[in-house]
Ligand binder design. Structure first.
Ligand code: NAD
Length: 484
């Protein structure tokens, strides 16, 4: 290993970290001069080794009693809790670009997810017997086999644990493919988790498209759990369908936040800002468009701009920063393109906030917060998933109109209603086409481990988090009937 390369993420197979033939280099998105590590470019052969290991481990893991599997999950949760206090969150900041508190949140949420599945799976896995004059029936739940988990870069720890928790708790084994732009902390964490579990239960293959598609295509992978962009999700679904594999897709979002005329604008601002700018806007269910009553448009826009102007942008390890750089050049270019397109329209756009380190600004994927007042409800910044620190504010004239606008686009992941009247907000919530609608919040605080999370329309298929809604996607029902 070159001396300057501090971390190298290869593969983890049968609880052993394996070196690869080829690697790509990873630079800090907040300081592009700094090499953070290297990630393996895993091949089809590497994927096969990992899947074979997981398949072998499955033969024993599936017969391990559910309460023992739950104990193993608790051990894995303890690993995350311990590592959350070590160096891995800072490593995640350096490879990802986000803030240290966001990286720590990723770890703590991941720990919570494993604890949650450890507590509910034993009950869920119980078979149900019944008998009448005609027959005796047993409905049993059996794990599927090897799960292929493919994750993106934005919250790598929790998004992996949302798959690993239900997979292992129900008796499946797993091969995880991290994102090539945030693989290091996750791979090191998974290696430590693998080491407290029987050999081969948790495996990791790093890589890009070849590794991802080989995992989806592998005949011994019986379920694919994918989180990422909608276009990749479509490829994954088409490929899984060729082999009649089951799959869960958690895709993109373009979440609307609907402000009602009775909302206390000053009071809701801190929560709204959190929903927009956490992780620099790179959260699948971030607030991505705001709707306000027409008569409140100017005053709301001014208040929002005042608050946004207080934000500071800098390196994720600088505690004075409100948010950090974007994760990668593709995302940085996409957001800048949208900003440029918006500047060419009649929309008003304000560039706000402060740069914390002017000298380093062009040495990272930094973007100041932009707030757009856009009367065109179909402009690109309103209709696309921006996944960055740019937020459009759009006026509406009636509740019927804003419901139509909120439901108008391809996505349906999260959404929120902001009002001081709970009953009114609840009634409107029920008309929104989305997997989740939050009242008076729209961030990680809005999630609850027992509440199914996922999307409708192009935001995905299936659910994560939640109890039976998620666990049932990791098992097959086996009905046994003895006719008398
Ligand atoms: P992406 O789709 O580019 O990549 C996701 C993963 O898929 C990566 O690990 C990638 O290497 C892998 N991959 C790429 N091509 C593949 C193929 N042909 N077969 C199999 N795997 C392949 O997404 P991204 O840029 O990493 O993440 C951003 C997107 O993820 C955004 O659209 C965001 O909204 C979405 N996302 C959704 C959720 C959710 O829960 N709904 C959560 C986080 C992110």
């Amino acid at each position: 290993m070159e001396k300057s390369i501090k971390v190298r993420a290869g593969a983890v197979i049968n609880n052993t970290h394996l070196e690869a033939d080829n690697y790509s280099k990873l630079y800090d998105p907040g300081n592009l001069n700094e090499l953070v590590g290297e990630v393996a470019l895993g091949s089809k052969q590497d994927v096969d080794k990992a899947v074979q290991a997981a398949h072998k481990a499955f033969q024993t893991w599936k017969t391990t009693p559910a309460d023992q599997r739950a104990q193993y999950l608790l051990k894995a949760a303890e690993v995350i809790e311990k590592e959350a206090q070590g160096d891995l969150p800072s490593l995640l900041v350096k490879e990802h670009g986000g803030m240290l508190w966001e990286a720590e949140t990723d770890f703590y949420l991941g720990n919570g997810v494993l604890q949650y599945y450890s507590s509910i799976a034993e009950d869920f896995m119980k078979s149900e017997q019944s008998e009448d004059d005609a027959s005796w029936i047993s409905v049993e739940k059996v794990p599927k086999g090897v799960v292929g988990a493919i994750v993106p870069w934005n919250m790598p720890i929790i998004l992996t644990m949302m798959k690993l928790g239900p997979a292992l708790a129900t008796g499946n084994t797993i091969v995880v493919k991290p994102s090539p732009t945030a693989p290091l902390a996750l791979t090191l964490l998974l290696e430590k988790i693998a080491n407290v579990l029987p050999s081969g239960v948790v495996n990791v293959v790093n890589g890009e498209t070849e590794a991802g598609s080989s995992l989806v295509d592998h005949p011994l992978v019986k379920k694919v759990a994918f989180t990422g962009g909608a276009s990749t999700g479509k490829i994954v679904a088409e490929s899984a369908a060729q082999h009649f594999k089951s799959f869960t897709l958690e895709l993109g979002g373009n979440d609307p936040a609907i402000i009602l005329d009775d909302a206390d604008v000053n009071e809701i601002m801190p929560k709204l800002l959190k929903g927009i700018f956490t992780r620099s806007g790179q959260i699948c269910f971030a607030v991505k468009r705001i709707y306000v009553p027409n008569h409140m448009l100017d005053s709301f826009y001014e208040t929002l701009c005042q608050h946004v102007d207080e934000l500071t942008v800098g390196h994720g390890l600088d505690s004075k920063a409100s948010y950090g750089p974007l994760n990668n050049k593709k995302q940085y270019d996409l957001v800048n393109d949208l900003i440029e397109q918006t500047k060419k329209t009649s929309a008003e756009i304000k560039v706000l906030g402060k740069k914390l380190d002017d000298d380093n600004w062009n040495n990272g994927y930094y973007i100041l917060p932009h707030v757009v007042k856009d009367k065109d409800a179909n402009s690109p910044i309103v209709s696309c998933e921006q996944f960055g620190p740019v937020i459009p504010v759009v006026p509406y004239d009636s509740i019927e109109e804003v419901i139509d606008q909120a439901n108008d686009f391809e996505y349906g992941l999260g959404s929120s209603i902001w009002s001081s009247d709970f009953d009114r907000a609840l009634e409107i919530s029920r008309s929104i086409e989305a997997g989740s609608t939050f009242i008076n919040s729209h961030s990680f605080d809005s999630l609850s481990l027992g509440m199914p999370f996922g999307g409708v329309k192009n935001s995905g298929l299936g659910r994560e988090l939640g109890g039976a809604a998620t666990l049932s996607a990791y098992i097959d029902y086996h009905s046994i009937r003895a006719v008398k």
